[in-house]
Design a protein around this ligand. Structure first.
Ligand SMILES: [Zn+2]
Length: 447
């Protein structure tokens, strides 16, 4: 099938992953409906950058790149593409297009393109720029992990109904894990930075109240009913399969490397899944087939990871797995500096509405609930824009009177600020490591 785009006269660019039809301007072809549906088209006055990587042409079509250094940006993208090509052994496309569609949040992956949002102001710091590269690497790597390497439920799609799978922790979370691995191999993220980002990702799900209620597989399965349509209870009862899947990817990679004595890694799992299911069988894999590929790479049973960590809310033995690479992880509960209120709030027409209440927090003990409107603290009217400042002016142990409205009635309660206890999950090298631990670490992260 072919598509011809007729843009308004002052919209000079048409950008898409579809193949152009020679000799026919703004006309593109697709071999089937799924391919057509998988190729967004950006029409407008966007800036076009091009580069070649691993022998293939790549295009960046950007609504607004701000003041980012174009040569550095395309050079860094080239390194990421080449790191992915090295990992997987080939690139399964003839051309690839990065559609940078404007301010917002999020992106979507496709077989030979990705549509990503960008707030140019976020690129001003080295950390912000690196996070942007992580995000692009994530959407790019999805061309392998999710578009090609995929659970059976994720393609070919039945567009008429939900497509349930237990495996989004792998499809999304392990893609997060590979953001860091790819940037490290591309020379764009140091070992220390990888460990810092892994530790903070682990802290994000381990410190979330939902960690005690929802496993990685349940989080994956329930996404159709919960993840993107979050209710006020979601923050306390659910976790992100992006975050916990990254943790599972880390454990799988370290365990496979350790058990196989360095002969295999998660990279081999990715290559085997790609070759066996995408290229040979031309279908997705079942949960069991995925586990079999992992266990063959490791040469041992991975029951602890699959039967316990992925499917229950049991605590993980991080120290054991990180120890394989000569690393320690700080799992000691520690006080977080500053006063703990224990509820998040949102602005509703200038009013402060409680969005979520953490279990056993000061806000919870004071009886506050989601949807309560906070009117005053100690007799002084409060506003959303200055609310965090109001809270932070207190110290743990301070007592305040909170005036709030609930369902038309006005109530007052006493709240005692507390001290939040969290674990940092900061990952650091052990003081003394064996040659085997050192070798695993050196083979895993490059510099
Ligand atoms: Zn993703």
């Amino acid at each position: 099938m072919t598509v011809t785009v007729l843009p308004p006269p002052d919209w000079r660019q048409v950008s898409t992953g579809l193949d152009p039809v020679p000799g026919r301007p703004n006309t593109f072809s697709a071999p089937d409906f799924d391919t057509l549906y998988d190729c967004p088209i950006l029409i407008g006055d966007q800036e076009i950058l091009t580069f070649e990587a691993a022998g293939r042409p790549h295009t960046v079509a950007a609504y607004d790149l701000g003041s980012v250094d174009r040569a550095k940006f395309t050079g860094d993208l080239k390194k990421i593409v080449e790191a992915a090509a090295d990992l997987m052994g080939e690139l399964p496309y003839r051309h690839y297009t990065f559609l940078v569609i404007g301010p917002g949040g999020g992106g979507l992956e496709h077989l030979n393109s990705t549509a990503v949002t960008l707030n140019p102001g976020s690129l001003g710091t080295p950390r912000g720029y690196q996070s942007w590269l992580c995000f692009i690497a994530h959407e790019y790597f999805h061309l392998f992990n999710v578009k090609a390497i995929r659970p059976v439920a994720l393609g070919p799609f039945d567009y008429d109904r939900e497509n349930y799978t237990n495996m989004l922790w792998f499809s999304e979370g392990v893609t997060v894990y590979y953001e860091f691995v790819l940037l490290n191999r591309a020379g764009l993220m140091t070992r220390d930075e990888v460990l810092e980002r892994l530790g903070s990702t682990i802290a994000d799900y381990e410190n979330a109240p939902g960690r005690l209620h929802q496993s990685a597989t349940l989080s994956s399965f329930d996404t159709w009913t919960g993840f993107f349509g979050r209710s006020e209870h979601a923050a306390n009862t659910t976790i992100s399969y992006y975050d916990i899947g990254c943790g599972l990817g880390l454990l799988l990679d370290l365990k496979i490397r350790e058990a196989s004595k360095g002969r295999s890694s998660l990279d081999d799992v990715m290559r085997t899944l790609y070759r066996t299911f995408y290229k040979d069988k031309k279908r997705g894999f079942t949960d069991r087939e995925f586990r079999d590929v992992c266990e063959r790479a490791a040469g041992v049973s991975l029951g602890e990871i699959f039967d316990v960590y992925a499917t229950t809310v049991e605590r993980w033995d991080y120290a054991k797995y990180l120890g394989y690479a000569g690393l320690a992880i700080d799992v000691e509960p520690r006080p977080v500096p500053g006063p703990w209120f224990g509820a998040s709030t949102q602005d509703q027409n200038g009013n402060i509405l409680v969005a979520t209440v953490e279990p056993d927090s000061p806000a919870s003990l004071a009886g506050l609930c989601a949807q309560d409107e906070i009117l005053a603290i100690d007799g002084t009217r409060v506003a959303q824009r200055s609310f965090s400042g109001t809270l932070n002016a207190h110290k743990p142990g301070d007592k305040v009177k909170v005036l709030y409205a609930r369902r038309g009635g006005v109530r007052e309660t006493e709240l005692v600020f507390g001290t939040k206890i969290e674990r940092t999950f900061k990952i650091t090298p052990l003081a003394n490591v064996t040659a085997q631990q050192r070798a695993l670490f050196d083979a895993w992260l490059l510099f």
